[in-house]
Design a protein around this ligand. Structure first.
Ligand code: C2E
Ligand code: CA
Ligand code: CA
Ligand code: CA
Length: 278
């Protein structure tokens, strides 16, 4: 028995060991990814449900690893947040998205671009200036940019987050609370934060018409948005039934595979032109 336990223990240690090695390798590859130009952005259209116009796009990062292929952001963003490389990656995202916004504006398509801002980025002392400088460098008006922040961003230092988001908002940038309802949801911060949008997480939209709890949660967020004068964005809309339900329930904005997957810039332009012709 002792023998068996021992070997099982060794097996366990070996698998942890391998996990650590894989993680180290991922970090190492991640540190070279930017210099090797392995990142790119895709853009998912955000739709105004009332008039069926594309009002903007959410920029989402993609990492094309030379060996592993496409690595999902959910696999590497958390790693980048722990080792701090999210700061550099996030600045690259901001820069790239602003460059794209300027391109689209020059092409007669002045859309708003939303980017995901990590809690780690928001904690930086220079973040407000970094964002404003980037907009200026690309001559993008601040109201063309939206920042998606999660509830975790408010947890570590509420005062600090309030102060920074106020400065960003005063400059004209809009703020959305991402994954609303999944984390630390408190009405206190909603009152104090200069936020304009709530994004209903896709986990509540997936079974919207099947699971009563999800229907109630979505309804509650829509009503909360209305009473606090915040516009609500439903994320992960995949079916016509979901769109119909959300529209008649008073949700004004949506994104999801039903309209479009996140797209490369050229495909995004084609999508917008086609969508507006319908
Ligand atoms: P998120 O911000 O909540 O983004 C929504 C995710 O849902 C995206 O996954 C998007 O591709 C996916 N999605 C959109 N429509 C649908 C749909 O109809 N059905 C389903 N099942 N999924 C849909 P993605 O691109 O894999 O990104 C995952 C997460 O990684 C994001 O979640 C965000 O938290 C993070 N992320 C992505 N890009 C960035 C970035 O540039 N910076 C930071 N800090 N985080 C990012
Ligand atoms: Ca997001
Ligand atoms: Ca989400
Ligand atoms: Ca073009």
């Amino acid at each position: 028995a002792k023998q068996g336990g021992n070997s099982r223990f060794q097996f366990y240690v070996a698998s942890i060991d391998q996990e650590i090695r894989e993680r180290k390798q991922l970090e190492k590859d991640l540190s070279k990814a930017q210099a090797n130009r392995e990142f790119h952005l895709v853009y998912q259209p955000q739709i105004n449900l009332e008039n069926r116009r594309v009002i903007g796009a959410e920029a989402l990062i993609r990492w094309e690893h030379p060996v592993r292929g496409l690595v999902p952001p959910d696999d590497f963003i958390p790693v980048a947040e722990v080792n701090g490389s999210i700061v550099e990656i996030g600045q690259w995202v901001l820069d790239q998205a602003c460059w794209q916004a300027a391109q689209w504006a020059a092409d007669g398509m002045p859309l708003r671009i939303a980017i995901n801002l990590s809690a780690v980025q928001l904690r930086r002392d220079t973040i407000v200036d970094d964002i404003l400088d980037t907009l200026e460098r690309h001559s993008v008006p601040a109201n063309r940019l939206e920042l998606e922040v999660t509830e975790t961003s408010f947890m570590t230092n509420l005062e600090d987050a309030v102060e920074k988001l106020h400065r960003l908002h005063q400059a004209g940038i809009s703020i959305a609370v991402d994954d609303f309802g999944t984390g630390y949801s408190s009405l206190t911060y909603l009152k104090r934060m200069p936020v304009q949008h709530l994004k209903i997480d896709k986990q509540f939209i997936r079974d919207l018409l099947v699971n009563e709890d999800d229907t109630r949660i979505a309804n509650t967020i829509i009503d909360l948005g209305r009473s606090l004068n915040l516009s609500v964005v439903a994320e992960g809309v995949e079916t016509a039934e979901q769109e119909y339900y959300l529209t008649q329930r008073g949700c004004k904005l949506a994104q999801g595979y039903f309209f479009s997957k996140p797209l490369l810039p050229d495909d995004f332009e084609t999508f917008v032109a086609g969508f507006h012709q319908k």
